[in-house]
Ligand binder design. Structure first.
Ligand code: DC
Length: 223
């Protein structure tokens, strides 16, 4: 029998970092589903497509994007048509485009199928927007990780500034709020807390504190 942990929440709440830590502690694999949607967003950008309306047959367009994941030294890598695109996925342009393309059914069906398959055979910590509600409705533990938009913008600002990327904190917060809007109000699998998920507001918690809390909750589940 394999265990599944689902972590959902809004953009920039720290889901990927936390999922990675928990997976490392438990020796599970982590699946950052946002990176898969980002790869699809990147595919659109690569093809100079700026909005869904520009493509007449979205299904056939999306079918040209073969997205798979693999692991290198425990870190998830995303392959788009055989090319490792992981390092291109964190830009603001890709963030925005991934949120737009993820509202389409052709994109979601394709990626959800791949995600479900991964969790069938492996112990996984999977993070995203619809993991507890749609991808893994029977997950052993469901977490809804959130933080205020201000905190999330501050963290993103720090991350970008440390990398030497020029940015504006007000702009970042505006973009985060716009992304929340899109992700929470779309028709298909909108972001929402599953009824049986445990909510953790990490605005005032460190990564270590959140990780410890989730590991403790999981220990209780496994008992
Ligand atoms: O978690 P992230 O910021 O890397 O996700 C990028 C976008 O992908 C996000 O704005 C919405 C979409 N997404 C989704 O619709 N469903 C998921 N399970 C994960 C991400």
């Amino acid at each position: 029998m394999n265990y599944n942990i689902a972590i959902d929440g809004p953009a920039g709440a720290g889901k990927t970092t936390i999922a990675e830590r928990i997976a490392a502690e438990l020796d599970y694999i982590y699946v950052d589903t946002g990176a898969m949607y980002r790869a699809m967003g990147y595919f659109f950008i690569q093809n100079q497509v700026k909005s869904l309306e520009e493509v007449s047959d979205l299904e056939s367009f999306c079918s040209q994007a073969d997205i798979t994941i693999s692991y290198q030294n425990g870190e998830q890598q995303v392959l788009l048509n055989g090319e490792n695109v992981t390092s291109y996925l964190r830009s603001e342009e890709v963030s925005r485009m991934s949120s737009i393309v993820s509202s389409h059914s052709a994109v979601r069906c394709k990626l959800v199928e791949l995600q479900k398959k991964l969790a069938e055979t492996e112990n996984v910590v999977m993070n995203g927007r619809d993991i507890g509600t749609c991808v893994l409705p029977n997950a052993d533990l469901k977490i809804y990780l959130t933080a205020s938009s201000k905190t999330r913008a501050q963290r993103r600002y720090k991350e970008l500034t440390e990398k030497g990327v020029p940015c504006n904190i007000e702009e970042i917060e505006k973009e985060i709020i716009a992304r929340d809007e899109r992700d929470m109000n779309r028709e298909l699998s909108p972001l929402r807390q599953a009824d049986d998920a445990i909510r953790i507001d990490c605005s005032d918690l460190s990564i270590e504190e959140v990780t410890a809390r989730i590991l403790q909750l999981f220990q209780e589940v496994r008992k």
